[in-house]
Every structure is written in structure tokens, then in C-alpha cells.
Design a protein around this ligand. Structure first.
Ligand code: DLL
Length: 436
């Protein structure tokens, strides 16, 4: 089913025409309402009249998270404070949080886009949908919440924490859908095992997972353990929150709500646009946002676009799964390493559980990578706690990692349950080099 037939199945020509019109309006809006953008455009000798079609977007300057930090808290806000009805904040590892103010129209667009995502996952009226993203300054909880209400399904605002109670509610209420981080989905599965609640006693059918990168192996693990179909949900606070793109039944890429969020892929080092199909950094322009409109915002997420026709009938362009971030990419002894590569290797091995941690250190000026991974309970029970097989398994993992990453690593296999669990976004990379 499709929530908005008109917008989700537009012809390419109609979409480009709509995007061009909206871009012109946006540039004119920020020119007159955000001194930051007026200055930037004037420096480049541009006026809103220079931007007429969507192809003109390449003339415009980029915006970065640093720009938002430098103008903390409200410097890039375009709408007057009297029009702002909600404020979210996204915290990074350094500096000020990013503050995002939304007007009533922004919240309505967000709920519309979120309803498109949920419909694409197969959620309809009559479903009971549990939102287990954090409620609060983070956009996950309230963002999905408003979408479920807009769609007309019943929302269960579970938030994070209190996982045992949550599992019991899922079972007793017969909840059919859930939204949370992929790592929290696994935490739920573990809690169910501990409570002796089988997936068959639940009615869960659909999961909407995002807020952090996850792999196909992780998808298979979650689907198997919870007995559901697991869909990708992507977004970022600066652009809106969850709802920017969503998977459909084809599950090979996420459709972008491109009538509201215009995507580009650029080479992060040259900043030049890359053609459809090439992997690079994702950049978004918010075509209709009033509170905090952003032009060519650099997400740092690495992905590619796909404009091949989709079997679901939607015509919107898709993005492939995020493989990592241009700023989170680890450079270990000069080699680029993405945590998702390590995850793929680990989850391809039947002995490994999906709980792991990467630690990067610098010893005598040389980078070292240590990978800790938990062994699955069933293997552990078969005697993996005796020294010899663990050493053998560690060697096997290290050799596979070497093949994929091209660097050596130290592998430590851990007992089940010994690596810290997360309820929100998981912190599975510890780079001690930054601290030294
Ligand atoms: O994480 C919004 C969100 C909430 C999306 C709930 C989906 C579900 P931020 O906290 O601003 O917003 O973090 C945004 O998280 O730039 C990506 O690096 C990462 N991210 C979000 N969704 C995905 C996903 C929310 N499906 C940053 N796959 C983004 C991979 C994701 N990475």
C-alpha cells in the first residue's frame, strides 16, 4: 500500500519540476530570513533569481554541522520564534548540541512523511505500534509517534528502558509493530529469552529500525529472533528526524521523500557531485522546511543513490544502506576501516553473537585494533569456555578480518552477556587514540 499515491509515484519530470519550484522558493525564503545564508549567497554573487531549476542546486554553498555549532543555538533558524512549536536537540561527541526548531507545518510534513514510511512497512489502522526509540530531545520517539497517530494506528509510547515490562506489554496487548534501534531489538530478543517468552507468543509482524548503521546479517538475526520483517528507517535531526527515507517490500534500498528532502551524493574530498550509483557523502536540501531550512547539508553518511524502477510502484529515488560515515571511518595504519565491515565478518560466523566492540589504540606510535565479540550461548554451552577452542576461534576470526580489512587485529572472544548492551544508539567503537 502507498500512503500518498500522488507524491510517491510522480513521473521524474513532474518531480524535477516540483523540486525546482520548491528550491527557488526555499532560496528566496532563506535569503530574506537567515542572515547566514544571505551573506553566503552574496559572497557568491547569487540571488534567488539565479536558482530556477533543480539543476541550479550545484551553484549553492554547502552547510555543515560546524555551521550549526558556530551559530548555536538559533542562528540558522529562519522562522520567528513565535512560529516554533517544538525543539529537538542532537548531541554529538564534541561541542554544542545541534538545536532544531520546527513550525506547525514542519511537524505536519514530518508526520506525513513518517506515515508514508509506516504504510510502506505494511502498518495500517488497527495495528498496535510500539515506539521504543527514546522520547525526549532525540527525534526518534516523538518523530515516529506522530507518524503512527497520523496514520491512524494505535501508538504505544514505550520509549527505551524498562525492557522487561515492555516485552510483557508487547505480548499482552498483541502489538504488531515496533520501532527501535537494531541494537535495542536484539536486547529485546535477549530479554524475551531470559523471561522465557517465545516469539510465537507475540503478534509482532513489522519492525522499523534505524538511527544507527546495520547490516544484512543483523537484519537476518533480528528477523529470526523476533519472527518479524525488519525494515530500514533513515533520518537525521538536522533535516527532520526519522522519515527521510524508508524501505519498501522490495527491501533493496530506501525511498527518499525527495519532494521534501532533495538528495545529492558528493565526493567528500573534492566536494564535486557524483553520478547516480557512485558511493560518496549524502547531502540534503530541505525543500519545504520553515523552522530550520538547510541548503546542501553535508550528512557525512556514506551511501549511493539508485534510480532504477522499483517493484513496489514508487518512483522516488532510493539510497542504499549507509555503509559508514566519512567522519566515523576509522583510519588504522593508513587503511580505511568501517565498523560495518567488521560486523559483516563476525555475523557471518555461526559461533559469533551480534555483540561486539572495536577498540583502537596507539602503542609505540603504531595503531592497533582489538575486536571483542561474544560467543553464542549454544557454542558457549558446548564447552567454548575451555581455553583451546576459544584460541582457535579467535585465530579464525582474526584471519577472516585480515582478508577483509587488510590489517591485522587482535580478537578476544568473550562469554555471552559480557559486552555492555545499549538501549539507544550503540557505542561499539572506542578510539583511544583521540584521548592521547
Ligand atoms: O538518528 C533520527 C532517526 C531516529 C532515524 C530513529 C531513524 C530512526 P540523529 O540522532 O540526528 O537522528 O542521527 C542521525 O544517525 O546521519 C546516520 O549517521 C545515523 N542513522 C540514522 N538512521 C540510520 C539508518 C536520528 N537507518 C545519524 N542507517 C545519521 C544507518 C542511520 N545510519
Amino acid at each position: 500500500m502507498i500512503w500518498n499515491e500522488v507524491k510517491e509515484t510522480m513521473s521524474r519530470d513532474e518531480m524535477c519540476e516540483l523540486q525546482g519550484r520548491r528550491l527557488h522558493k526555499l532560496v528566496s525564503y532563506v535569503y530574506h530570513n537567515t542572515p547566514f545564508y544571505r551573506r553566503k549567497l552574496q559572497e557568491m554573487d547569487l540571488t534567488p533569481d539565479d536558482i530556477r531549476t533543480i539543476d541550479d542546486i550545484v551553484k549553492l554553498p554547502f552547510t555543515t554541522k560546524q555551521d550549526l555549532r558556530d551559530n548555536y543555538p538559533f542562528g540558522l533558524q529562519a522562522a520567528p520564534q513565535s512560529e516554533i512549536i517544538r525543539i529537538h536537540a542532537s548531541s554529538g561527541t564534541t561541542g554544542h548540541p545541534t538545536i532544531v526548531g520546527y513550525t506547525r507545518k514542519d511537524i505536519s510534513v514530518w508526520s506525513e512523511c513518517m506515515a508514508r514510511c509506516l504504510t510502506s512497512y505494511g502498518i495500517t489502522r488497527g495495528d498496535i505500534f510500539s515506539v521504543a526509540y527514546g522520547y525526549g530531545l532525540f527525534t526518534g520517539g516523538l518523530g515516529v509517534h506522530y507518524g503512527v497517530e497520523n496514520l491512524g494506528a494505535a501508538v504505544l509510547p514505550a520509549s527505551t528502558g524498562n525492557t522487561e515490562k515492555h516485552v510483557l506489554l508487547l505480548r499482552d496487548l498483541g502489538a504488531t509493530g515496533i520501532a527501535c534501534t537494531p541494537s535495542y531489538a536484539l536486547h529485546l530478543a535477549e530479554t524475551m529469552d531470559r523471561l522465557g517468552i517465545s516469539k510465537d507468543s507475540l503478534k509482532l509482524r513489522v519492525g522499523a529500525f534505524g538511527a544507527e548503521p546495520w547490516t544484512e546479517n543483523m537484519r537476518a538475526e533480528i528477523e529470526g529472533r523476533l519472527g518479524i520483517k525488519a525494515f530500514n528507517l533513515y533520518g537525521l535531526s538536522e533535516i527532520m528526524g526519522p522519515c527521510v527515507s524508508y524501505e519498501c517490500s522490495a527491501q533493496n534500498g530506501s525511498h527518499i521523500n525527495e519532494d521534501h528532502y532533495f538528495p545529492e551524493i558528493i565526493d567528500p574530498s573534492t566536494l564535486k557531485p557524483l553520478p547516480v550509483g557512485r558511493q560518496g557523502e549524502l547531502v540534503f536540501t530541505t525543500l519545504t522546511k520553515e523552522g530550520l531550512p538547510l541548503i546542501r547539508y553535508r550528512t557525512r553518511d556514506l551511501t549511493s543513490l539508485d534510480d532504477t524502477p522499483c517493484s513496489c510502484g514508487r518512483t522516488s529515488i532510493k539510497m542504499t544502506k549507509v555503509v559508514g560515515r566519512s567522519d566515523d571511518m576509522l583510519i588504522i595504519r593508513g587503511i580505511n576501516v568501517f565498523p560495518s565491515q567488521v560486523e559483516s565478518v563476525l555475523l557471518d560466523m555461526p559461533e559469533c553473537a551480534p555483540y561486539y566492540k572495536l577498540m583502537v589504540d596507539r602503542v609505540d606510535n603504531l595503531d592497533t585494533l582489538t575486536v571483542q565479540v561474544e560467543v553464542r550461548q549454544e557454542y558457549f554451552d558446548q564447552g567454548f569456555d575451555t581455553l583451546t577452542p576459544i584460541t582457535e576461534l579467535e585465530k579464525r576470526i582474526a584471519s577472516r578480518l585480515k582478508n577483509v580489512l587488510s590489517i591485522g587485529s587482535k580478537v578476544q572472544v568473550k562469554a555471552p552477556g559480557s559486552i555492555e548492551r545499549s538501549e539507544g544508539k550503540s557505542k561499539f567503537v572506542i578510539d583511544n587514540r583521540i584521548l592521547k
